[in-house]
Structure formats: C-alpha cells, structure tokens
Ligand binder design. Structure first.
Ligand code: SF4
Ligand code: SF4
Ligand code: SF4
Length: 317
C-alpha cells in the first residue's frame, strides 16, 4: 500500500510517537466544548488524535470530512490539562492544519471567515490577538493555522462580515437562544451565567448533578470562547426575558489567552451596568467575576453569592 506520510504530512510527522502515546483513556472527552455540544465521538479530542494518526499512517483516506475535523478546535486546551499521557493536543492539531493547508484544505471548521460585503475597515486585522487576519489580494484573509477561533473579530466587525460558521453552541445566536429557552422553561429560573471556557466551565459529570444539587435550576451556565467578546445583545437578552440577573466569569487579567479579554469583559459589563441604572434596574444584577483556570470551588462560590444577592433583590418589577 502506498504510504502518504513522507510526502504529505511533513509537519505532523514529528508527532508520530506522541500520537502513539495517547492511551485512548478518553479523559479529554468531557472537557471539550465541541464534544459536549455534539455528543459525537468523532468531535472529541481523542478522535482528532486518532484521525491525525490515521492520516499520518495512510490508513485513513484524506477527505473533506476528515480534514475539516482538524480545523474544529477552540484552542481552550482543556483536553491537554485532562490528558493522562501529557499529549499537547493543540500543537498536533496546528501541525496537521499546516500540512492540510499546504495540500489545499482550509476548513474553515471553527476558524473565522470574511463575507464579501466586508467594508475593509481593518478593525479585525488590528484586533486579532493571534495575528491571523491580514489584508491581501482578495480582501481580508484569515490564516486558518493561526486562527484560534476566539471570535473577537466577529464581535468587533461593524459590518457583521467576520463570521465563525461552526460555533458549536458558543456564538451569539446560540447563547441567546439557549438562555431564552432555559428562562422560558424553568419557572424557578433566576440567572444566566456566561462562563469563559478558559477560566472555568463544568465538566460533563458536574453538568449531570441531580437538580436538587444545582439549586433547583435557578441558574444555567453557558460557555463562550472569550468573555471579552460577549456582545451587548447576549448580555441583555436574559433581562428582556425576565431573568433576575446575569453573571459573567472571565480569566484574571494576566491569564487571558486572547489579549485583554478580561479587561474588555469588565469594560462591557461596566457600560451595561450604567444602562441598567438609567433604567432604574439595580446594576448589581449584572456582574463579572474573575475565575482562574479550573477553579471549580471559587466558580461555585461566586455563583452562590450572586444567587443569594438576587434572592435579596427579588425579581425585576
Ligand atoms: S483544545 Fe478545547 S476545543 Fe480543542 S479539542 Fe481540546 S478541549 Fe476540544
Ligand atoms: S472588521 Fe469586518 S468590515 Fe472591517 S475589515 Fe474586518 S471583516 Fe471587514
Ligand atoms: S480574532 Fe480570533 S477568531 Fe478572529 S481571526 Fe483572530 S484568532 Fe481567529
């Protein structure tokens, strides 16, 4: 059988022994926001390593579908933190993407694209924390290898021309729909918590706690890829739908992986707090808290404090 690895996967080649080091334990599964959203094993971090292994060995035929899987990643690195074998998965995915781009595949997977009606204002180019956007012959282009799917260009684009097509539940419309659905279907619902996936987002086991252990569902948690990109509509929609409050969790300022996400989130919340105040709504109903990566205890304590505060304030009348 013809082997494809020597000529086609020059960047992936160096990970051959690492790909074999993955013991397929599956610890990475429950931390991956893509897998949590789709429930498909083929979207889990382990499956992407197996796909990379298959492509490198030539046992898996390269197709649009197998290539696209490698472009689906938010680079949150939660899989790496959970990996029992110390595999640096995102480095593997990045090298796989380099090879695929050289072969003509560009995703987009979770990487951003630009619609033809782009105004070419260059705001996204200046704002991309990963230098993935540039102005080229064909207008604004995204380097799919450098793009880490943070969505900051999507939030900042005044023409709504920068887009992430495959959001896996983390885009503006997804978050608004999901929070509205929760508020509509739970009579005890009081709050929406928007959790930056980099700071803390509960694993699947925590998400499956019985209702009695999750405050009878008086709040629900939704993941986003950077607290600094939470749009006004996303944060205000729950108030229109009778929520008592909205809590945002972001990373400590020095920990932000997307340059100033925490600062931007605080600025956005402060701006919206003054709008709430002008509407005679207590600004404390919208708050932002810093949660260091993986600090489950602090995250829960901050939510409990917020819910206690909302209970003292009561519903918005
Ligand atoms: S980096 Fe995040 S999104 Fe990407 S595979 Fe790992 S857990 Fe999933
Ligand atoms: S911010 Fe939007 S309109 Fe401006 S250059 Fe980028 S994609 Fe085009
Ligand atoms: S701002 Fe984020 S989503 Fe947009 S191109 Fe840069 S890394 Fe990708």
């Amino acid at each position: 059988m013809e082997t494809k690895k020597a000529t086609r996967f020059n960047h992936l080649q160096k990970w051959e022994s690492t790909l074999a080091a993955c013991i397929r334990c599956g610890y990475c599964f429950e931390h991956c926001p893509l897998f949590k959203f789709t429930g498909w094993e083929s979207d889990a971090p382990r499956a992407k390593l197996i796909t990379a292994f298959g492509l490198l060995s030539g046992e898996l035929e390269l197709s649009e579908t197998s290539a696209d899987k490698m472009f689906n990643c938010f680079y949150c690195r939660r899989c790496e933190a959970a990996c029992s074998s110390g595999v640096t998965l995102t480095d593997v995915f990045t090298d796989a993407k380099k090879d695929l781009v050289e072969m003509g595949y560009t995703g987009p997977g979770t990487t951003s694209i630009t619609e033809p009606y782009c105004a070419q204002c260059l705001l996204c180019v200046q704002s991309c924390p990963h230098e993935a956007r540039s102005h080229g012959e064909n207008g604004i282009e995204t380097d799919p290898v450098k793009c880490q799917s943070c969505g900051i260009c999507v939030e900042i684009c005044p023409a709504e021309a920068a887009k992430i097509v495959h959001t896996f539940g983390t885009g503006k419309a997804d978050l608004i729909d999901a929070s509205n659905r929760f508020l509509d279907t739970h009579t005890s619902a009081k709050a929406i918590v928007f959790a930056c996936n980099w700071s803390y987002y509960p694993d699947l086991q925590a998400s499956r706690l019985p209702e009695s252990e999750t405050h009878d569902r008086d709040y629900e948690i939704y993941v986003n890829m950077c607290a600094g990109r939470l749009e006004t509509e996303t944060l205000m929609a729950p108030f229109i739908n009778h929520a008592w409050g909205v809590l945002v969790s972001c990373c400590p300022e020095d920990d932000c992986q997307h340059k100033d996400g925490g600062k931007r989130a605080k600025k956005q919340v402060a701006r919206l707090q003054s709008i709430l105040k002008s509407l005679d709504i207590d600004p404390e109903r919208l708050q932002v808290v810093e949660i260091p990566n993986g600090d489950k205890t602090l995250f829960q304590a901050e939510i409990d404090t917020f819910i206690d505060r909302l209970n003292a304030l009561g519903p918005i009348t």
